[in-house]
Design a protein around this ligand. Sequence first.
Ligand SMILES: [Zn+2]
Length: 106
Amino acid sequence: MKKSHGPAFRAAQLDLDKCPACRGRAVISGVFHELACVQCSASGWVTAETGEALPLEVLVTQLSIRLQAAEQQIDQLKRPDPVFGPDAQYNDNNRRGPGATNFTGD
Ligand SMILES: [Zn+2]
């Protein structure tokens, strides 16, 4: 059974490729200054399938999806990994403890 995807507007992520004309920079170096890349609507991205620029209203959503995903990744990288967190350090210190300066036997 296939689920129907409802209304016409789809926010599904399309495959994007770096624009071959500007190599994803969105601008092309002119003689005196940089020019907006025409081939990718100065976005740096084209559709992977056809290599053509996306309509602006589609492009904006695609860039937003990618930006949100990138920000999520950054957040995850910033979050300390529980395995290497304060607990792991505590255990490490414990292993070095016995026998050294804490000897209290009589
Ligand atoms: Zn381009």
